[in-house]
Design a protein around this ligand. Sequence first.
Ligand code: SAH
Ligand code: SF4
Length: 392
Amino acid sequence: MKEAALTTGPAEKQDANGPAVTPPDVSADLSPDLQMPVDLLGLSFEELEAVMVAEGLPKFRARQVWSWIWRHGVTAFDDMTNLAKSVREQLSAGFMISRPRVTSRQVSSDGTIKWLLKFADGNEAETVYIPEEDRGTLCISSQVGCTLTCSFCHTGTQKLVRNLKVEEIMGQIMLAMDELGEWPATQDGRKLTNIVLMGMGEPLFNYDNVRDAMLITMHHEGIGLSKRRITLSTSGVVPEIFKTGEDLGVNLAISLHAVRDELRDELVPINRKYPLEVLVEACRNYPASSNSRRITWEYVMLDGINDSDEDAKALVKLIKGIPSKINLIPFNAWPGAGYTCSSKTRIDRFSKIVMNAGYSSPVRTPRGQDILAACGQLKSASERARRQSTRA
Ligand code: SAH
Ligand code: SF4
């Protein structure tokens, strides 16, 4: 079972130009604070069963409580009507079912919603909901900031970094489901049909918590989202890629962005530790990929940097034999980024070369740009304010 009230501290940010790419220890400090109730959003089904037994209650109570939390979105024990009043009181005394505190909520002209959340220790992370005609995708964060320093990514410039706890990852999903009126979770016409781990942070640097949170999300007696509707995006933390396929079987997206080591070392610094050859081999062996479940290669289009015909041809060569689709992402600018987006003609030309080689190559439409909610633009408001005041 998890301890109550996990407290956390900031981790040192790595230097963008330094060789270090090993994740620093940004895990939560597990020192218990006996004053705080245990948050049930952080527990697996088995851990919830253990809680019931430790409380002297029958094990089957866990199934009932689980369903209230994850199928019905209940946050008050008093609303769990099939539990005796004494049991509800007992649980209320030592446990809670949290929701993150919303610092700001913005709605884009295209319907995209961005929430800025503040956690108990004051750290912040962002969650974005993107409605489309045939689906609704929730883009969730796995860390506060990111220890990696991809040169084109706004999140990578954030100084404070820590891993999000299971309850903080799940809290993002629950908050969105509350707001979208998704309870009970199995109802027809769901608005939240897909989840992408493409918000702030590198999910594979917070592997255990991300894995536990996704197992809760997929649990058939709760939210019950299929692994086919979950996509995990990584910059290329090779040792965890195989485990992701084995433990979760979710869709895999790789932030490729360059097809030569020299350039990728600069754009995606983790490449210095896990170069292209090793990364591509890990994807070739990804247990959950097939012709119907292809690996997505994300490729940000940077004017004059990685967008030539030669790059497109080398890309096709690099992924040969792997069931793949290539997602071309127009670069989303942010203040002080130092890059510009490739022209539309260049992106079309690049896409054509990739398509002619037999790969699907959609160009991702940026969403929520007016509220800085597009890929790579996320960064907490407190960090933005800090930067602005430093500049002033
Ligand atoms: N850390 C993970 C997931 C979060 S980033 C990863 O890197 O895969 C989600 C995607 O947005 C990644 O492909 C990332 O490279 C891309 N991205 C980052 N900054 C961007 C920007 N300014 N414009 C467009 N895409 C960006
Ligand atoms: Fe981190 Fe991903 Fe941004 Fe790179 S692109 S800095 S890995 S969030």
